[in-house]
Design a protein around this ligand. Sequence first.
Ligand SMILES: [Fe+2]
Ligand SMILES: [Fe+2]
Length: 145
Amino acid sequence: MLMQWSKALEIGHPIIDYDHQMLVNIANDLHHAVHANLGDQMIAQSLQRLVQYIETHFAREEELFSKTRYPHVEKHKQNHRDIEKLVHGFLTAFEADPNAVDMNKLLGFMKEWLIKHIGKLDKSYASYVIKSEKSSTLGQRRGFA
Ligand SMILES: [Fe+2]
Ligand SMILES: [Fe+2]
């Protein structure tokens, strides 16, 4: 196992927490495919799933930012773009030549990034987004929205 989900990674937003758990699960699947020697095809499939889920998750997070008008998006979005580029690069390289790619390097990076990005950057938007979602549903119920 690459890493275990822990309470310390929870940000308190159920949909986002679910996404993050999925990312940890898929990263663990990839780790398993690599270390149990399940073959290049399985590794490629796991890596594709990871790349796809990362993109889905970033889109969901960024939609939440615009919906709630979260102001500190620039650095966060840039980090998302950097990660997308990096994992895409790994996928393209792996598909071209599996032997040319050091999967352990990607896995080590993923683990560090997940802990840092979720634990710091994602946590920093949580209270704002949760609060503003609550007040907008309240407003809707009262007919103000
Ligand atoms: Fe994020
Ligand atoms: Fe996130």
